[in-house]
Design a protein around this ligand. Structure first.
Ligand SMILES: *Cc1c(COP(=O)(O)O)cnc(C)c1O
Length: 395
């Protein structure tokens, strides 16, 4: 059966655990989304923008040097080559175009590091919608360049001073805004998290990654891969890659979370590896929480994985065993960042470097004929300064 079901559930996970005031906007969104996404005009327009604006399809690249070093065949799905440098644009072009079809004049978004805020601002500029981005005060200080980028693109950045002043609080504020403004505003959530129908909508806009990959690998290798490996923050680039292979039981799904300073410390963001089922941002899923259900602070060297929740479909995959979830520590990730830069001339995002690190660390489990596809979710230019600071001992 195709999930989620009518209640927005993936097994026991997902659903709509939201205040009454959010039920009306969610119901409206679900109804109009279903109508619009079926329409040929919408699909045609979306495909044109994905192609001529966002640069799709992205290449599936055989990483020869990397393969020789590990002793298997490794392909990289080059989402780093999508416009704005990551997979996030797939979702924001889809959702902002959807907002336009729904007759909305304004979009809002939450952002942590600013990647989703930039991708939303980009699509809002393209389609001529007003854009407000909620961002925690601490993140605003940490990510000054992305704040300026959003302003440059015509968006308004709204500082959030509640809670930990980071991503989770920005998401709370965006939801509050949406409850009051949904008549003219669409809320663009950045990953496969949040209440139904968001995990489904974001997945639908990200499955293009997996669909292209399947076509490309069948053309090159005439067979399916043995492993699909992707990093997991909220879980959108990974679910986008995995989903079209769901019924291909011999294709193993590997999700790699932010191991931070190690799973035996409190400084990580490995929600599926170390969390437990709970409710966050309107959905039942794995969460990093204490005994009272209070959310744990998280840490990862990559800002994009630094989230205490995860999409409900991943929790379902974990419970059913369809996917396996591991972690890579900050230290391994920095090594992988250098490794790919040196062996292939490709500087990966620190998020994507988690997937690269897992493959390097698990060399001995592969057979020589195995085909591994790593989703290179983004490019690492945004991280170069940060890594330089860490290595100079300034952080
Ligand atoms: C935001 C981001 C991620 C994490 O988000 P998912 O929803 O888990 O995909 C991973 N990689 C990059 C480059 C990102 O910008």
């Amino acid at each position: 059966m195709k999930l989620p079901n009518k209640k927005g559930k993936f097994g026991i996970f997902g659903g709509k655990f939201a205040p009454e005031t959010l039920m009306e906007p969610l119901a409206q969104l679900e109804k109009t989304y279903k109508e619009i996404v079926k329409s040929k005009t919408f699909q045609q327009e979306l495909n044109i923008y994905l192609k001529v604006y966002a640069g799709r399809p992205t290449p599936l690249y055989f990483a020869k040097n990397f393969s020789e070093r590990i002793g298997v065949k490794i392909y990289l799905k080059r989402e780093d080559m999508a416009f704005t440098g990551a997979h996030k644009i797939n979702n924001t072009i889809g959702q902002v175009l959807l907002a336009k079809y729904m007759g909305k004049t304004r979009v809002i978004a939450e952002t942590g590091a600013g990647q989703h805020g930039v991708a939303t601002s980009t699509a809002a500029a393209l389609f001529g919608l007003k854009c407000d981005v909620y961002m925690g005060e601490i993140d605003i200080k940490r990510q000054a360049l992305n704040v300026y980028r959003m302003k440059l693109l015509g968006a308004n950045v709204k500082a959030v001073s509640s809670g930990t002043k980071t991503l989770k609080d920005a998401m709370n504020e965006a939801m509050r805004d949406w409850i009051a403004t949904f008549e003219n505003t669409h809320y663009v959530i950045g990953s496969v998290a949040g209440p139904h129908p968001y995990p489904m909508i974001v997945r639908d806009f990200q499955v293009i990654i997996g669909k292209e990959t399947k076509k490309q690998i069948l053309k090159i290798e005439k067979k399916l891969p043995d492993y699909l490996v992707a990093c997991v923050g909220g879980g959108s680039n990974s679910i986008g890659l995995f989903y079209p292979f769901e019924n291909d039981k011999n294709v193993k799904f590997i999700g790699v979370e932010g191991g931070g300073k190690g799973l035996d410390t409190d400084l990580h963001s490995a929600t599926l590896c170390k969390g437990s089922p709970g409710i966050l941002h309107g959905s039942l899923s794995y969460v990093l929480q204490n005994h009272d259900g209070q959310i744990h602070p998280t840490h990862s060297v990559s800002a994009g994985l630094d989230y205490p929740g995860v999409g409900p479909e991943h929790s379902f995959y974990k419970e059913t065993g369809r996917a396996q979830y591991f972690e890579a520590t900050d230290q391994d990730v920095l090594k992988a960042f250098h490794f790919l830069s040196e062996t292939e001339g490709i500087i990966p995002a620190l998020e994507s470097s988690h997937a690269v690190a897992w493959v390097i660390n698990n060399k001995e489990i592969f057979k020589p004929a195995d085909i591994i596809i790593i989703n290179l979710s983004g490019r690492g230019d945004k991280d170069v300064q940060e890594v330089a600071n860490i290595e100079e001992g300034n952080l």
